[in-house]
Each structure stands twice: as structure tokens, then as C-alpha cells.
Design a protein around this ligand. Structure first.
Ligand SMILES: [Zn+2]
Length: 800
């Protein structure tokens, strides 16, 4: 929803990979909030939230304070003060919206959740009132034009506020504006309904006998019984009747992915796949209504948009859906040959495994067979991997990361009474020896009943300059994850996917906590959608780099550092089906763009998705299924799911150009902090990216910005034809240049045969048929610098 009080990226949810580990609710906990009851407070430190009903007063006071500011603005001449007061309105309202959102997603107390829901709806309605307030709009317009705004950030804030007013429909006639408000309220209700339906109708499959379920999964499934005739092994007798034991599989996304990965029985996987991908049926109608409402919202604007996608993307880096589609189609083309190869290798493996030449590869086979293929190729055992990642050590890893990169430490903060919502939650301050506390972070890591099932980052308070000497510190709840708790007395251990998720969410948290913007409107993750996931994707690299892992990944009982060979195997396994995963993400992004793109009246969402699956993936569509009715990114990221892929590309480039050489140095950290993280949304995002990683990180296309694909393709070893042509041309030039220079400089080895060969992205120099040995970092250095090195410096320094 477009609002003046822009909350584009206050809540960021993780993307949807295929396989997620089974999570379950936990009974005990690893971290204790040994909170001495320091003082009375309310939830998240807000005085008013001492009880669920406090949300009502919280909303009342926010409305009261905002109304005061609205009237203050109307009598204030054009100046910086208008921008500051507007930001304070935004701060006041966002504190309510963001706390209510966090509460409804994580609070175990039903009453709190209900009150948070009501608060959300009430404050959203109030937002529509101020977003269509002409006095405010005119004040902002005058401030932008005549306010002598003396900082770039203030100018950018005034501009952004004006544009947001206009996108909210301020110019529309009163009846149309009324309609916009109604549509926004309806959309908020539909989004809630969509999410509620997913929770209410996860689908179930009954499986008999119990032997069809692997033993390690049984404890997490509901046992069921049925009467059987005659006697049977394993049956139990009750009241003279023979009962057979089985299990009921609840096909929520987490359980479904575990079933698809671990259950050997084809038929159980097939039924679970179909059931899980055919619920909730009610969401088909909700989605149709949502698409229609968003389409109308886009068309009703003064500058009518062809589609909601156009409306939503226009303020992003991409600027238009055409740019997004070009990017997605290019990535789809690049990834297809490798994804097809991977598909055929899985199909062949299945045939050999089943000993049947004619058997087809089905969508419910993917996770199961790729899991076996990965572990047999790399001899990987997930329990061995997770034994090196006890959660305490992973948190230690985050501490080492911030200490090495930014010179800051974690300071554990005791909770005030009533501040926390569950005894698992931790509160830490990021503390800098010179700058003091930089911000506060709640960590809510474990799965539990009723908690938002995915992973997400919630901003609670944005940072902002309150006065010349005072800065409002950012507060966020990073890492709302769903890790399984420890069992019995053993320590909670994460599988590597969870470690990666932890680092991803921590990347969002660092974006929030390290930002130092004047206005909270731009604080941390409050950036354009297609930049928001870049820091988090960048920090995922830290979860894969051995130099980083070796600082914290230690065996839970022996303390042994994770062996490098094991990490290499993990990386190898990850690469095995990387193109398939990438193809899936392109497919998801295409669904999102198409459903919210120009409307084809003849097509329903089920056939759109089926058609895209056939055209853009190597896998078949199963008739009757409608996976997308659980794709809740369609709500929060409407027409913006492609942002994850933008982020993948940007992060790959930043990692290679800025971090890879020395990922844990203060210098690397200073670059990341000063050129990216501290600015939040306060600077033009393409300038930020170019300043950080060089002009080549992005491309301009059709009036918008697309990420360059070179680094991602090289990392995934994908052929990127246009870049390959360019590189071959460059290498040819280098060869000619090098030969000339060698002759001119009359170097000792000038008579030796010098060859260049091209493999992936690196240029290997060959002398007399031998590869010049170089570490991977020096090879990269060679690639970047050899061109001018030949020209300016002694050649021998390059390849001897
Ligand atoms: Zn994220």
C-alpha cells in the first residue's frame, strides 16, 4: 500500500527456498532472559503497552500527537522544520504500526495479538486520512520549493514525501480519493485474510501404516489410528478391536518440505505435495479480489498506470515492469541450460534408483532425490554439519563479525519488566567504544506455536536526529527465525541453512542499527524495495566463507574447529542444483510480475501460474494444484519479489569487489558502513551502489536500473554470453598489449611462449605450458589489474 508514511521495508521476509528443515515448538530454551526486574516498562519498552489494551491508548496518543503536528505544520512557514515535523509524524505512526505488526506475528498471548490487530487497522485508517490531507501536502510542496532546505537529505525527504502524497492520490477528485482510501483499506483486509487462510487451512494427509514415515520424523507428527480387520504386525488392541497406527501429516510449508525431503515413499510424497499445494482454496478468490483492487488503485491515479506492477515499481531502481521483465527473462535464459542439465541428472538418478527406465521425474521427487545426490556426492551428513553450529557459537560468530568489521561489541541488556514477549527473546545493544550504543536489537530465534512461521526482520523504531546533540537510536527485532530448540539437555544446533538465515537476518539488523540518517523516513531498511535485500544477501556470504566460519564454528562437544574439507563439501553440495534454485526464484518473480501486471481478462491465476511454470522451469505443473495461494510474498512484496534477485546480483558483486579479499577487516567494514549501511534510503540508491562497488555493478536499461550479472554468473559458473564475448575481446587486447610490452621492455623471459587462456572469469597466465600458480585472490587481482600492470609496471611482478 502506498502511504506517505512510507514503510516500504520495515518488515522484510526471507525468500522462499524449496527446502526448509523441519521445525517444531520447543519446551525449554537456551538463552535465558535472566532479567532482573530493572524497572516497569511495557512491551518493546513502550510505557503504554503494559497490557494488551494499552494498544488502544497507544493508537489514541499517536493520533493525538500526529494531529498536533499536523496543525503545527499548517501554521509553520516553508522550512526545514516542516520536514522535521513530517518525519516526527511518520515516527509516531510507524512506532505503532511496526510494534503492532511485530506483536501480531510473534506474541504468544492471544489478547495481545487481537489488540495489535485492531491497532493495526485503526492506525492504517488514520494513515489514509493524513495521506490525503491537502494542508500537509501543500506544506511539503512549499517546503520543497521555498524552504531553503540546506541538506541533501532534507531535500530528498521533501521530494520523497511529495511524490508519496501524489502516488497516494492527493490530486484526485474527492470521490476518487474516497475510492482510493476504500481500496487501501480493502487491500489491507484482503492481505490479512490471505494470511489467516494459510494459517487456518494447512491441509492434512493421513498415512497408514506408520512404517511409511521415517522414524526421525514420527515424534513431530500426530499419531492416528484406524480399525483393521484381522491381525497385523504392529497393530494394537483396544477394547477387543484391532487398531493400526499411522500419522497425520499437516502439510504446512515447513512440514511439507521435510516430508518431501525425507520420506522415501513416493505415494506419501505425492499426496502431501498435491495436498499442500492445493490449499487454501479460499485464497484463490481472495487473490482475484486483491489483484482487481490493486489494478483499480493503479488505474485510478491522475497519471493512470497500466498495471499495479507499473505503479509499484515506478519508484524502485528498476523504474518499470519492462526493465524487471527484461532482467528476469535474461536471467531465465542464462540459467536454463544448466537447470535443464540438473533436471536430467536428477531424472537419471531416479531411474537408476528405481531401476526403471521409463519412470518420470515428478515435482515431489526434487527435494528427496537432490538430498540423496548431494549427500552421496559429498558424503555429507546434516547431523555432522549441525554439530559444528551450536546456536551459542553462531551468536558468537555474529559478535566476531561486528567486532572485526565495525569494531563494535554486543552488550547484553536486561529486560525491563513487561518489555519482552517470551522468555526466549534476547535483547542486545550494538556498542561502539567511541560512539556508545548504536542501537538495540531483539532476537527471537525459536519456533513456537502461533509464531509467524517464516523468518523476518521487523523495525520497531527508526533512527533519527532529534536535536543537534540527540539521536534517537534505532530499535529492531532482527532474526525472527524459527529454529528448533535444544532437545533434552543438549544444546540447540543449527543446520547450515539456518546459519545462513541467521546471517541474512542479521544483515537486515545491521542495516537498521548502523544507519545514521537525519530522518527516520530513511532509516536503515527504509529504502527502495529492490535495494532492501542487498545487505542481508551480502551477509549470507559470511556464512559460507571458511575464514569466517573457522572463527566460530566449533564442535559442540570437542570444541574442534569445523574442518575446511567439510565446508568445501557443503559448498560443492550447494552448487549442485544452484541453477534449479535460481530458476525457481525467477519463476516466483515472474508469477508476481504477471499477476500484478497488465490484466488479461481471460486468464485466472491458476492458469497463469501453470503456464509460467511450463514455460520457464524445467519441471511439470501438476494439474489441480495452485501453489501460489500460499505465496504470501504476493501481499507484502506485490510486484516486488524480483528484489531478491536484484539483491543476489548486487551482493555477488559487492562481495567480490569489496569483501572477498579481506572479509573480516576493519577496512572492509568501514567501507560497507560508510558507503552503504549508514545511509539507509537517504541517498540515491544507484549512486550508493556505484560508490561502493564501482560503476559496473549496475546497468542502465530503458530508463531503469538493472544489476550486472557478471559476478553472479561467474560465482554460479553460468555462461553469460554477452559478457563472455566482451571478456574474450578484452583478453585478446591484453595478449596483444602484453606481447608488445614484453618486446619493448626486453624482459628476460620475452622469448618464452606466453599464452592466455580463459576459464570462467579468471585469466590464467601460462608460461611454457605451465599454469602460473596463484591463489584465488591473486588470480582475481590479476584479472582486475593485469591490463594496466602490463602497461605501467614491470611485467614480472604480475606473473612470476
Ligand atoms: Zn531478507
Amino acid at each position: 500500500m502506498q502511504t506517505l508514511i512510507r514503510r516500504k521495508a520495515s518488515i522484510l521476509r526471507s525468500w522462499l527456498p524449496l527446502s526448509r528443515e523441519f521445525t517444531t515448538s520447543r519446551k525449554d530454551y537456551f538463552f535465558t532472559s535472566v532479567a532482573p526486574e530493572v524497572c516497569e516498562s511495557g512491551l518493546y519498552g513502550f510505557e503504554l503497552l503494559k497490557s494488551p489494551r494499552g494498544f488502544r491508548r497507544f493508537v489514541d496518543e499517536a493520533i493525538e500527537r500526529s494531529s498536533e503536528l499536523v496543525s503545527y505544520i499548517s501554521r509553520t512557514p516553508p522550512s526545514m522544520e516542516i520536514v522535521r515535523a513530517m518525519d516526527e509524524i511518520s515516527d509516531t505512526v510507524c512506532s505503532v504500526v511496526d510494534s503492532a505488526e511485530l506483536c501480531r506475528n510473534t506474541h504468544p498471548d492471544k489478547e495481545f495479538v487481537e489488540e495489535a490487530n485492531k491497532a493495526c487497522m485503526r492506525i492504517q485508517e488514520y494513515l489514509h486520512i493524513i495521506n490525503t490531507d491537502h494542508n500537509l501536502y501543500n506544506a511539503v510542496k512549499r517546503a520543497e520549493r521555498d524552504g531553503n532546505l540546506d541538506t541533501d537529505e532534507a531535500k530528498r525527504a521533501a521530494n520523497s514525501l511529495r511524490v508519496d502524497f501524489e502516488k497516494g492520490g492527493i490530486h484526485l477528485s474527492s470521490d476518487k480519493l474516497e475510492r482510493v482510501n476504500q481500496l487501501n483499506i480493502d487491500i489491507a483486509h484482503m492481505c490479512r485474510e490471505f494470511g489467516d487462510n494459510i494459517m487456518a487451512d494447512p491441509g492434512t494427509v493421513d498415512v497408514f501404516p506408520e512404517s511409511r514415515i521415517p522414524k526421525h520424523m514420527r515424534g513431530r507428527l500426530r499419531p492416528i489410528y484406524r480399525s483393521i480387520s484381522g491381525s497385523s504386525k504392529g497393530s494394537l488392541e483396544s477394547g477387543g478391536e484391532m487398531k493400526e497406527r499411522g500419522f497425520q501429516i499437516t502439510t504446512d510449508p515447513g512440514t511439507l518440505s521435510s516430508v518431501l525431503q525425507w520420506v522415501a515413499d513416493d505415494e506419501v510424497r505425492r499426496q502431501s505435495y498435491i495436498q499442500g499445494n492445493s490449499v487454501p482454496l479460499a485464497n484463490l478468490a481472495v487473490l482475484d479480489k486483491l489483484i482487481a483492487a490493486r489494478h483499480e488503485l493503479a488505474q485510478i491515479q491522475i497519471i493512470g498506470h497500466k498495471s499495479f506492477a507499473e505503479f509499484a515499481v515506478s519508484s524502485n531502481l528498476a523504474s518499470s515492469p519492462e526493465v524487471v521483465m527484461s532482467f528476469l527473462l535474461e536471467l531465465s535464459r542464462i540459467v536454463k541450460p544448466q537447470a535443464d542439465k540438473e533436471f536430467y541428472s536428477i531424472a537419471e538418478f531416479k531411474r537408476r534408483n528405481c531401476n526403471e527406465r521409463a519412470v518420470d521425474l515428478e515435482p515431489w521427487d526434487e527435494a528427496y532425490y537432490t538430498g540423496i545426490m548431494k549427500s552421496s556426492a559429498y558424503n555429507l551428513d546434516s547431523t555432522i554439519v549441525s554439530s559444528y553450529f551450536p546456536l551459542s557459537q553462531c551468536i558468537e560468530g555474529l559478535k566476531i563479525l561486528v567486532q572485526s568489521l565495525f569494531g563494535v561489541t554486543f552488550r547484553s541488556i536486561p529486560f525491563a519488566h513487561g518489555e519482552s514477549w517470551h522468555h526466549d527473546v534476547l535483547k542486545i545493544a550494538l556498542h561502539h567504544p567511541d560512539e556508545g550504543d548504536l542501537g538495540y536489537l531483539y532476537l527471537d530465534l525459536y519456533s513456537r506455536m502461533g509464531k509467524y512461521p517464516g523468518c523476518a526482520h521487523f523495525a520497531i523504531k527508526g533512527g533519527r536526529q532529534i536535536s543537534e546533540t540527540e539521536y534517537q537510536l534505532p530499535v529492531c527485532c532482527g532474526s525472527v527465525c524459527n529454529f528448533s530448540g535444544p532437545s533434552g539437555s543438549s544444546t540447540a544446533r543449527l543446520n547450515h541453512w539456518e546459519v545462513e538465515t541467521l546471517f541474512h537476518e542479521f544483515g537486515h539488523a545491521l542495516h537498521s542499527l548502523l544507519s545514521r540518517t537525519d530522518y527516520q523516513h530513511f532509516s536503515g531498511t527504509r529504502v527502495v524495495h529492490d535495494l532492501a535485500e542487498t545487505p542481508s544477501n551480502l551477509f549470507e556470504y559470511y556464512a559460507w566463507d571458511y575464514r569466517v566460519l573457522s572463527t566460530f564454528a566449533r564442535h559442540y562437544s570437542t570444541g574442534e574447529v569445523i574442518p575446511e574439507k567439510l565446508v568445501e563439501s557443503m559448498k560443492g553440495a550447494r552448487k549442485m542444483f544452484a541453477a534449479t534454485e535460481m530458476q525457481r526464484q525467477v519463476f516466483y518473480s515472474l508469477i508476481d510480475q504477471t499477476l500484478f501486471g497488465e490484466q488479461l481478462s481471460t486468464k485466472d491465476s491458476v492458469s497463469v501460474v501453470a503456464d509460467l511454470k511450463r514455460r520457464f522451469t524445467s519441471w511439470k505443473h501438476v494439474d489441480g494444484t495452485h501453489w501460489h495461494t500460499r505465496f504470501n510474498h504476493l501481499l507484502n512484496y506485490g510486484a516486488g519479489y524480483y528484489s531478491y534477485l536484484y539483491a543476489k546480483c548486487f551482493a555477488a558483486t559487492i562481495w567480490q569487489k569489496v569483501c572477498e579479499q579481506d572479509p573480516l577487516s576493519l577496512e572492509t567494514g568501514a567501507t560497507l558502513r560508510s558507503k552503504l549501511l549508514r545511509h539507509g534510503g537517504a541517498k540515491d540508491p544507484s549512486s550508493l551502489l556505484k560508490d561502493l562497488a564501482g560503476d559496473s555493478i549496475l546497468r542502465y536499461h530503458n530508463g531503469g536500473v538493472m544489476p550486472d550479472l557478471t559476478c553472479l554468473c561467474e560465482e554460479m559458473e553460468l555462461e553469460n554470453s554477452s559478457n563472455n564475448r566482451l571478456r574474450k575481446w578484452r583478453v585478446r587486447l591484453q595478449v596483444i598489449w602484453a606481447k608488445k610490452l614484453l618486446c619493448r621492455q626486453n624482459l628476460a623471459f620475452q622469448k618464452k611462449k606466453i599464452q592466455f587462456s580463459l576459464k570462467a572469469r579468471e585469466i590464467y597466465l601460462v608460461q611454457d605450458g605451465d599454469f602460473v600458480t596463484a591463489s584465488s585472490s591473486s588470480k582475481r587481482w590479476l584479472n582486475v589489474h593485469c591490463f594496466w600492470k602490463f602497461e605501467a609496471v614491470n611485467c614480472s611482478s604480475v606473473f612470476i
